[in-house]
Design a protein around this ligand. Structure first.
Ligand SMILES: Cc1ncc(COP(=O)(O)O)c(C=O)c1O
Length: 384
């Protein structure tokens, strides 16, 4: 038999595996509380859907420029001015097929096989697995209650000098913890990485979903920073597969060539519709207010059923909870939680191969009734 490639031998995305099982149960008529994936329970904003309908009737919807529709790139640049007071040249904005494709483009543009990249642990599992599939070695920066889930400068310095990383990849707000990094820390890291010729790739996909403070963007900060973002989370457009990057000027042409060859262009209909997402602030802020209510219900509910420690959950729509009183095998725990309580949640092992066996991630992006119901079930049938 022909053999598979070693680079294809990567781990499954456990959240998606749990979702597939939970969806099968829902289809079979079971009332499942879906808290496994980070996906808004709402459709794209009305203005986005109206714009898409119009485009379907009026436009050809062919390939676009590989870097994306100029009108969308300009609108994104305007968003940086309006929301952060940061001037970005539209020429440095690259539209991608979700931030997922953005990662592939950013990694291919900056890294070679055999390079090392520092990533947070816990962190979004696909960082680690995409890197592995490109023969790039992840170097883990360990986060936990002891460092308030924020990366430590000493660890980054060590990664740079001892492990010779070529890039550092961080997210703020973070998945799975929801932690928002301090502005001063982000700036310090950006200066440190630039001074050492290390790329700083920042995942800002959960921007817009920060509840009690203002987030800073790293877009355009210096020529060693690459920012990724997406319409999937705040803009409630997961299935439209549309995101963007802000890259330094000298990287644009490399990314353009990669995008031409790998994807030709991001989806045209989604690009046209995404322009309208920036005019849907009222609707999106209402959705965000629902997340905030859900967060409170879930945090309180989890504490009431005996879960004593959780990461701060400043932003995004997740609670990363310490389940060590109940399990040391979060994968088995997530399976039994689905069977016994009809609650689908994600095992910490997805995000952290070292300590994730004690942790579970609960998403509160779904409808409030499902969060309320999940808490009710946890109270009725105590965790053992
Ligand atoms: C931290 C983080 N980055 C990137 C992604 C990928 O999102 P998309 O490809 O939909 O933009 C996700 C999805 O859950 C995520 O949580």
């Amino acid at each position: 038999m022909s053999s598979f490639s070693k680079r294809g031998d990567i781990a499954a995305f456990l959240a998606m595996d749990v979702m597939a099982k939970a969806k099968a149960k829902s289809r079979a008529g079971e009332a499942i509380c879906h808290m496994e994936v980070g996906q808004p329970g709402t459709p794209a904003p009305l203005k986005v859907r109206q714009s898409a309908k119009q485009a379907l009737d009026d436009q050809i919807l062919g390939y676009t420029e590989a870097l994306g529709l100029p009108a969308l790139r300009e609108r994104i640049a305007k968003h940086y001015k309006q929301d952060y007071g940061v001037t970005i040249d539209p020429e440095h904005v690259v539209i991608t097929t979700g931030s997922s494709a953005g990662f592939v483009l950013a990694f291919l543009a900056t890294l070679d096989a055999g390079d090392k990249v520092a990533v947070p642990q816990p962190g979004y599992p696909c960082y680690r697995e995409i890197l592995k599939s490109l023969d790039v070695e992840p170097h883990f920066l360990s986060l936990g209650f002891e460092n308030n889930w924020q990366p430590e400068i000493a660890h980054i310095e060590q990664a740079i000098h001892k492990h010779k990383i070529k890039a550092l990849l961080l997210a703020s707000p973070s998945n799975p913890t929801g932690v928002v990094m301090e502005d001063a820390l982000i700036r310090e890291i950006a200066q440190l990485t630039k001074a050492n010729n290390v790329w700083f790739i920042m995942d800002e996909i959960y921007h817009g979903l920060v509840y009690d403070q203002q987030e800073m963007t790293l877009a355009g900060f210096n020529e060693a920073t690459i920012v990724l973002n997406s319409f999937s989370k705040y803009y409630s457009m997961t299935g439209w597969r549309i995101g963007w990057m802000v890259v330094p000027p000298h990287v644009v042409r490399t990314i353009e060539k990669l995008s031409q060859n790998l994807f030709i262009s991001p989806p045209c209909l989604s690009q046209i519709a995404a322009i309208a997402a920036f005019e849907a602030k009222d609707e999106l802020e209402d959705i965000k207010a629902c997340y905030q209510t859900n967060r409170e219900i879930l945090q309180n509910g989890l504490m009431e059923v005996g879960i004593k420690r959780m990461a701060p959950a400043d932003g995004a729509f997740y609670i990363y909870a310490d389940m060590s009183d109940f399990t040391d095998d979060s994968l088995a725990f997530s399976q039994s939680l689905l069977e016994t309580h009809g609650i689908a949640a994600c095992p910490g092992l997805d995000f952290d191969e070292a300590n994730g066996r004690f942790m579970m991630r609960f998403s509160y992006a779904g409808p409030k009734q499902e969060i309320v119901e999940a808490v009710k079930r946890l109270k009725e049938k105590p965790l053992s």
